[in-house]
Design a protein around this ligand. Structure first.
Ligand code: CTP
Ligand code: CA
Length: 223
């Protein structure tokens, strides 16, 4: 199968993608974050643009260059990402949430740099909104794709996320598989729908971008 099919077009379609990590500030010099590079989300945005779609990319802080011709919305925190998605998801046709959103944020953000004091310090965290689950609850015509980053029981956990967040497609990612994960240019994933699991070979993040968009287009036609 040709993954980068030159004649496959998304002209007239709006695609919304989230990418990268979030940063949850603790004080003016520190934050909680994760190892997401943003590469997979950017690769999907590039693929969608190359297929002729109108693309919006909501991205957390990452060291990647803006994609010409793509509407870029830069955010820092999960709450900012949530606001950006709430403002853009309604008229999207395809929504792909590849961001590694921080599950929790510090309950208190200090205005001043926190000074070290005792041998131990406790940090209280509160839960961030689940952006994917929100879109899953509110979507109408949109085809929704989530990611699941797991270190064990990938298929079971990813399938549960598909159901819990009302996704049409879930991309299951095992962090510990060679060629998969945050920093590289390749990914090893399985594609999960409500009635299928498809283990893919190692693909570049770009090839996977095309594959995801093609699969979403097929799911839309089957609806
Ligand atoms: N996600 C989101 N908002 C959050 C947390 C996650 O939109 N606050 C999205 C991610 O972008 C991804 C999917 O939900 O598409 C799954 O993220 P993941 O971290 O694997 O799952 P969680 O539901 O957060 O569960 P856990 O981290 O406990 O495994
Ligand atoms: Ca999480």
């Amino acid at each position: 199968e040709q993954l980068t099919h030159p004649t496959f077009s998304l002209a007239g379609k709006k695609v919304l993608i989230t990418a990268g990590p979030t940063q949850e500030p603790l004080d003016p010099v520190r934050f909680l974050s994760n190892h997401s590079s943003g590469k997979q989300g950017y690769a999907i945005a590039q693929a969608a643009k190359d297929m002729g779609a109108q693309v919006t990319l909501v991205c957390g802080p990452c060291a990647l260059t803006d994609i010409p011709g793509v509407e870029m919305i830069h955010v820092q925190t999960a709450q900012e990402m949530f606001e950006a998605v709430k403002n853009t998801y309604e008229d999207a046709n395809y929504i792909i949430m590849a961001a590694a959103v921080g599950d929790y944020r510090p309950e208190v953000v200090s205005n001043q740099k926190i000074k070290k004091a005792d041998a131990c310090m406790e940090l209280r965290l509160i839960k961030n909104p689940d952006i994917l689950a929100f879109v899953g609850r509110h979507k109408t015509h949109q085809i929704l794709c989530g990611f699941a980053m797991e270190t064990q029981d990938l298929e079971k956990n990813a399938h549960q996320k598909l159901i819990d967040k009302n996704c049409d497609l879930l991309i299951g990612n095992n962090l510990f598989v060679e060629g998969a994960g945050f920093q590289g240019d390749t990914n090893v994933v399985c594609l999960i729908t409500k009635d299928s699991i498809d283990q893919l070979p190692k693909l570049t993040k770009s090839e996977l971008g095309y594959k995801i968009l093609k699969t979403m287009s097929k799911l839309e036609k089957e609806k």
